[in-house]
Design a protein around this ligand. Structure first.
Ligand code: ADQ
Length: 476
């Protein structure tokens, strides 16, 4: 068990969803990140439990485990439709990932977003203690900081965006884009995954508040408020991924998968079923690969794990259909009586089993069309056998490409180039694989999950000592 670091301040994390202990972990990078931050420091985690309730939300339900208090709030059907599926996942998610085609804006949804944020703030308020540092996560809860301030909260408030931040020319498509930027300035610390995202945020701040708002030292001043906007690349727990991967190699699930390969090489992808993950393009790249390099026929199995997510949103129904067709077409065209080129599975696995699958893979394929970071890329690197590592094919449009420059970097839209990269990966000699892997392992160790949460919490602590406060003059 992780040792809980005790200190003066208590960490309070707020995110749309929470993952309760002992429930099978919902896939998603945010939950992985928040939980490891809280396991290190102890504290409170407030968020929606994932069930739609019949009535308006009452008081949050509390559960205490291993130094962490889980506060579960409820969402009714109307809010689930308008706030969660509507504004968060039908407007902000596509917009922030540059998919305007999938975006549908409506005032009702915008109002629901505001109301649910207000409800979160109202439910959090009685649970707060005088020494708390409050860390809000992701695009569902951008207005929460302003709402908490309006309710009188004066403690340091941080916000971390797990997904990309769009440049002002894209952001301006959103009718209330200026409000969204203003809301972000109510936090003391605003964190992004990459320099690109930070630069995009600056482009928005300049547009709304003028270039003089961004000071030479990187801080942002708006009226009497000062905030810090910085880059905090999220990472993984390298040692725990490694030990899970090694241990699960002898588990029933991983052994069965490995034996079923019958000595074939394995290429592996793990993504939530989401249009931003580039799965349709990836399937088509694999088809090109099989066309261009027929000598691989019967020699490589591509295992794609893609658990369903947000299946009530129209765009997700469409992407699912396209993928089923694409997998069916490739298998129909290239399969043999004893070989299926793509194994496509829409289900969850225990995290440790996934890590064992990744360790078994000769090639990890991570080709999102746009991604805040992408933890699977980092997990793939951490899970490898250092003596004989597999090769990572990584999209230049994933935040992780900023750090994992020793991967085989590809443009996910260039399906021929991705097909070639698969061949290059399969043929790569051991010394080159080791050199690339060593370089990537060093980076993910330096920027691991503990470093991410420690750096963010330190920035919040600085805000607490008055270094960068977003306080109204006279605030306590
Ligand atoms: P996601 O879009 O969910 O995260 P990602 O970063 O890849 O994407 O994280 C997914 C996590 O869920 C990984 O830890 C993975 O192992 C796990 N997972 C995926 N499929 C699973 C399955 N079938 N069973 C069990 N676990 C599974 C968002 C942003 C990313 C950002 C993260 C963290 O979209 O860009 O990296 O938050 O900030």
């Amino acid at each position: 068990m992780t040792e809980v670091v005790s200190g003066m301040a208590r960490l309070v994390c707020v995110s749309n969803r929470i993952t309760l202990p002992r429930k099978s972990a919902a896939p998603g990078g945010l939950a992985v990140g928040v939980l490891s931050a809280l396991k290190r420091t102890g504290g409170l985690w407030l968020g929606w439990g994932g069930e739609v309730s019949e009535h308006e939300p009452g008081e949050p339900e509390l559960l205490v485990r291993d130094g962490v208090t889980y506060a579960t709030v409820e969402l009714c059907q109307k809010d689930f439709d308008n706030y969660y599926n509507g504004y968060a996942n039908g407007v902000l998610w596509p917009l922030f990932h540059y998919f305007l085609k999938g975006m549908r804006y409506s005032i009702e949804q915008r109002d629901a977003y505001e109301n649910v944020n207000h409800s979160f703030a109202r439910q959090l308020l009685p649970l707060l203690q005088p020494q708390d540092l409050i860390w809000v996560h992701d695009y569902h809860l951008i207005p929460l900081g302003r709402q908490l301030r309006a309710l009188g909260v004066r403690r340091p408030l941080g916000f971390f965006l797990h997904i990309p931040f769009p440049n002002i020319e894209m952001l301006r498509v959103l009718p209330p884009y200026a409000d969204l930027l203003r809301d972000l300035t109510h936090y003391d610390v605003v964190g992004f995954q990459t320099q690109n995202d930070l630069a995009a945020f600056h482009s928005g701040i300049e547009q709304v508040f003028g270039a003089e708002a961004i000071r030479g030292d990187g801080r942002i001043r708006i009226g009497d408020r000062v905030l810090r906007a910085e880059v905090f690349p999220i990472g993984v727990d390298v040692n725990s991924v490694q030990s899970d991967a090694v241990a699960s190699m002898s588990s029933d699930g991983v052994r069965r998968m490995y034996e079923s390969l019958m000595g074939r090489q394995l290429m592996m992808g793990v993504d939530r079923l989401d249009y931003s993950k580039g799965l349709v393009e990836r399937f088509s790249a694999y088809e090109h690969f099989l066309e261009m390099y027929p000598q691989n026929s019967g020699r490589l199995t591509y295992l794609q794990i893609a658990p369903l997510s947000r299946s009530d949103v129209r765009a997700y129904v469409d992407i699912r259909q396209s993928l089923e067709q694409a997998a069916g077409r490739t298998n129909g065209r290239f399969a043999d009586t004893d070989w299926t080129p793509i194994r496509y599975l829409n289900r969850n696995f225990p995290h440790a089993t996934l890590m064992g699958f990744l360790r078994s893979a000769n090639v990890g394929i991570v080709t999102p069309l746009r991604d805040g970071m992408n933890l699977v890329a980092k997990e793939f690197v951490a899970a490898q056998n250092q003596e004989d590592p597999g090769v990572l094919i990584l999209s230049t449009l994933a935040g992780a490409a900023r750090e994992l420059t020793a991967a085989l970097l590809v443009n996910p839209y260039d399906t021929h180039a991705v097909g070639h990269a698969i061949q290059t990966a399969l043929a790569m000699p051991l010394p080159e694989r080791r050199e690339r892997h060593d370089a990537m392992l060093q980076v993910i160790r330096r920027n691991d999950i503990a470093a991410w949460s420690r750096r963010f919490v330190e920035a919040l602590e600085k805000a607490d000592t008055g270094d960068a406060r977003v306080r109204a003059v006279g605030g306590s």
